[in-house]
Structures are given as structure tokens and as C-alpha cells.
Design a protein around this ligand. Structure first.
Ligand SMILES: *Cc1c(COP(=O)(O)O)cnc(C)c1O
Length: 376
């Protein structure tokens, strides 16, 4: 049996007619940038999240960048995030002119540790001469589709007057104590990269927020700083949501809950079949969250062997992510060293993402698990 890591074609096949109609109608209307399709999608996505505003942009990286900018973060500021995330999180920080600081992940959830965050800030503000850049914001990442520990994070953020920008690129629809990601901080960046839980047929993203001023700023900033066609309040960027992508996202949003439910079903089958194997650590979810299982990430000291042998059995796997950001060549200038963030570093050695997408069958999950048991 072949088990791909994701199968975007299978999803397209399940909604082929609706997608084709949506794409055709955009072509017939001849309006390709923002417009009615984007506005409708923005409204529906905001209401899906339970937020007041969603602003469509070109991609998830820009969504994070605009979110920071909307709250005045830039040069002379410091923004804190975790080292075990995709580089887009930190690229967004650098794009604003702010400085990146890392704080380690929690060993159980692999999300931002409120304790590490507080320890860092305590030290940071204890120094007799507090030097700039000063921490102004944090970006917790809802990694693998699992909301970060927001109560603790919000508490620390409030104490130190920090803005919270959620990186929700992997967590469309996930719940933390009954609230959707995108409503747990000041603003949230979503990505609609094709393989995300809600994926376009190209690049796309959105900022979700309850802050009217932030939403208004981003609506201009994404579109050359303008409100009217040739009146520019400031220099913005070109980072708009294409009408075609918006039309596709509108169709896909209808099925998102069903797809997330499917992912959860596969995750619980993985869990029941892999439970009790000493060499494998399964993902941990606190009971007060509902994850959307963007990735199903196990941990094992035998990762290389396992990945290799699974590949031979026709099963694709991934590693998200093999090198923590503080050890990336791109960030050598930050002067971090091995051992600085041990939780993230240990995880990077052990994590393995198993196939996970809504359209996979239970038989596929069973096959993956039986092969794993053969190997270990
Ligand atoms: C995908 C992703 C992004 C960025 O999204 P793009 O749309 O590719 O720019 C940001 N953060 C995380 C954690 C992601 O997985």
C-alpha cells in the first residue's frame, strides 16, 4: 500500500464541481484582485473564527508581518517566539525591523512554555540598566494544529505589557477552552498555503483580529497604503488576496470542520494503535483544547531508521522541523549556541511527522501503524 504524506488531489476530487464553478465564475467576472470574492471570504472566515475582522493578504508570512506592524512593532523593538517553528514566524519579525528573541518550548506540548517566557522576561527586566531593544510582542505558534498554552502566555504578556500575535498558520479552527485560535491574542496570522488545513490553490493568507484600527491599517497596508484608488495614506505593500484564491477558499471553508474532524479521527486511531510502544512518544494534548491535527508528530530515538524503513514500505513521512531556528545559518548573527534551547533541540532530533490528511482511509492509518510495529 502507498501512503503519501498529503494528497491534495484527493481533496480536489471531493469538491471538484464546486471548485470548478467558483474558478469559472471569477474568470467570467474578470475581477481578479480582492473584490467581492475576497470580501465575502473575509466575512465568512472572521465569523468562522468568532472574530470581528479578517483581512485577506498574499500569504501567511505577510499576515504575521502586518499584524506586528498594525500594533506599531518595528525597529528598536524585540519580539519573542519559539525556536521550533517554521522560519516564516521569525522572518515576519525581521521584516518589521524588530529583533528576534527565542524562548524554549514546553517538553510535553512542544508549544511555547509560559514558564520559560516568564523566566526570560524576569531576567530581562531585572537588570539595573534595561537596554533596548525592549520586548514589545510575543508570537506563540499553535504548532501542529494544537493551541499554545494561552492562559499562561496571556498572563505573562499582560504583566509585561506585550502584544500577542498568534501564529495560526497550522491551526485553522482549533479551540482553546472553547475559543478559536485567531481570537486568543491581539491579532493572528493565518496561512492558506495549499497543504494547510484550509489551503488555497496557491499562496494566500489572512489576519484575524477584533481590533478595528489594526484591521483598517492592514486593509490599506496590503494594498499600497491606499483607501481610494489613487490616494495613498502611506507606503504599503502589494500583498493582496487574489479573487480566485478567495473563491476557492470560500468553497473549502464549508468543509473545514468536517475535514478537521476527519483529521482528529485519524489522530485518535494512530493513538489507539501506537499506544504502549515504549520507543515511541505520542503527541500530548491537554484536555481543554481541541486540536485540528495539521500534523501528527511522534517522537522516537530511532527516527532515522523508522523514516527509512517506512519509506521502503511506501509510507511518506516528514520532519517539522529538523533544525531549530536559533541554529540555522540564517540566524548565526544572533549568536545562539547549541544547548541554549534544549527542549527544542531535543525535539528536533526525535520528531517524525506521520501521514495526515482528511481524505486518508482508516486502512492507511492501520497500515502505517502495523509497519511501525514491525520496525520497532
Ligand atoms: C506555513 C506557515 C507560515 C507561513 O505561511 P506562508 O503562507 O507560507 O507564508 C508561518 N508559520 C507557520 C508555523 C507555518 O507553518
Amino acid at each position: 500500500m502507498k501512503v503519501p504524506f498529503v494528497d491534495l488531489k484527493a481533496q480536489y476530487n471531493s469538491i471538484r464541481r464546486e471548485i470548478n464553478e467558483a474558478v469559472n465564475s471569477v474568470i467570467e467576472a474578470g475581477s481578479f484582485i480582492l473584490g467581492k470574492e475576497a470580501e465575502e471570504f473575509e466575512q465568512r472566515f472572521a465569523s468562522f473564527c468568532g472574530a470581528k475582522y479578517a483581512v485577506g493578504v498574499g500569504n501567511g508570512t505577510d499576515a504575521l508581518y502586518f499584524s506586528l506592524k498594525a500594533f506599531g512593532i518595528g525597529e528598536g523593538d524585540e519580539v519573542i517566539t519559539v525556536p521550533n517553528t517554521f522560519i516564516a514566524t521569525t522572518e515576519a519579525i525581521t521584516m518589521t525591523g524588530a529583533k528576534i528573541t527565542f524562548t524554549d518550548a514546553d517538553g510535553k506540548t512542544l508549544n511555547m512554555s509560559p514558564q520559560c517566557l516568564e523566566d526570560y522576561l524576569k531576567k530581562r527586566f531585572d537588570k539595573s540598566s534595561v537596554k533596548s531593544p525592549l520586548p514589545r510582542a510575543i508570537i506563540p505558534v499553535h504548532l501542529y494544529g494544537q493551541p499554545a498554552e494561552m492562559d499562561g502566555i496571556c498572563w505573562v504578556a499582560q504583566k509585561y505589557a506585550l502584544r500577542i500575535i498568534e501564529d495560526s498558520a497550522q491551526a485553522h479552527g482549533a479551540l482553546y477552552k472553547g475559543k478559536r485560535t485567531g481570537t486568543l491574542g491581539d491579532a493572528a496570522g493565518f496561512s492558506f498555503f495549499p497543504s494547510k488545513n484550509l489551503g488555497a490553490f496557491g499562496d494566500a493568507g489572512a489576519v484575524v483580529t477584533n481590533d478595528r484600527k489594526a484591521a483598517e491599517y492592514i486593509m490599506m497596508a496590503r494594498n499600497h497604503g491606499r483607501k481610494k484608488k489613487y490616494e495613498h495614506e502611506f507606503e504599503g505593500r502589494n500583498s493582496r488576496l487574489d479573487s480566485m484564491q478567495a473563491a476557492i477558499l470560500k468553497v473549502k471553508l464549508i468543509s473545514l470542520e468536517k475535514w478537521n474532524e476527519s483529521r482528529r479521527k485519524h489522530a485518535s486511531l494512530y493513538k489507539s494503535l501506537l499506544d504502549g510502544i515504549d520507543e515511541i512518544r505520542l503527541p500530548y494534548s491537554p484536555q481543554w483544547i481541541t486540536p485540528v491535527c495539521h500534523l501528527y508528530v511522534i517522537r522516537t530515538k530511532e527516527r532515522e531508521k523508522l523514516a527509512e524503513r517506512l519509506k521502503e514500505a511506501g509510507i511518506e513521512t516528514g520532519i517539522h522541523y529538523p533544525i531549530p531556528l536559533h541554529l540555522q545559518p540564517a540566524y548565526s548573527y544572533l549568536g545562539c549556541r547549541k544547548g541554549d534551547y534544549p527542549v527544542a533541540e531535543n525535539a528536533a532530533q526525535e520528531i517524525l511527522s506521520l501521514p495526515m490528511y482528511p481524505e486518508m482511509s482508516s486502512e492507511m492509518v492501520e497500515y502505517v501503524c502495523s509497519e511501525i510495529k514491525k520496525i520497532i
